[in-house]
Design a protein around this ligand. Structure first.
Ligand SMILES: [Zn+2]
Ligand SMILES: [Zn+2]
Length: 170
């Protein structure tokens, strides 16, 4: 039986996990619907889900309106391969903590952590968009400076962007 069809035991609360199929990324995601609301992804699934807002929304929809058992953060054992999992911070500010399995690459997310991951990649995207805008503006300005200098410079002077900038302030 392929791993994806095997019923997994939730590493946080011990209940049998359910599976939901996410069409868009063609993955069966393990989800602890009868226990704590935790999620288990294999490495391939996690990469597909991370950054895919609609896949995340589908997983969230499956979790919606349910009361889950609260669980304490604890040392967990990978439900797929049985190795001890390692607690890792995934985000730069350390707000998202997930359990990683270095044996099979699996990841376990507690209920609510998916939201944080969604927020994280959103801000990552926005951040890189900001950087691109900044660079575009900046390069646009410098390009304009060079063009302006070319138009006004006489042939005896070597084009020099710094001179041009200094001249503007004199
Ligand atoms: Zn659970
Ligand atoms: Zn594992």
């Amino acid at each position: 039986m392929p791993d994806s069809e095997k019923v997994l035991i939730c590493p946080a609360c011990g209940e049998e996990m359910n599976k939901i199929y996410i069409e868009e990324i063609q993955c069966l995601i393990d989800i602890c619907l009868d226990g704590c609301g935790g999620l288990f992804f294999d490495n391939r699934e996690y990469k597909k889900v991370y950054g895919n807002e609609s896949a995340i929304d589908q997983i969230k929809a499956a979790l919606e309106g349910k009361n889950f058992k609260p669980v304490e953060p604890s040392k967990r054992t990978c439900p797929a391969c049985g190795m001890k999992m390692i607690t890792n911070k995934t985000s730069l500010d350390g707000s998202v903590i997930i359990d990683d399995c270095y044996g099979c690459g699996g990841k376990f997310l507690d209920y609510g952590e998916l939201d944080k991951i969604k927020a994280e990649f959103k801000s990552e995207n926005e951040h890189s968009e900001d950087v691109m805008k900044y660079l575009k503006n900046k390069m646009g300005e410098e390009y304009t400076e060079i063009q302006a200098y070319k138009l006004t410079s006489d042939k005896n002077k070597k084009p020099n962007l710094l001179n041009n900038i200094i001249n503007k302030f004199l």
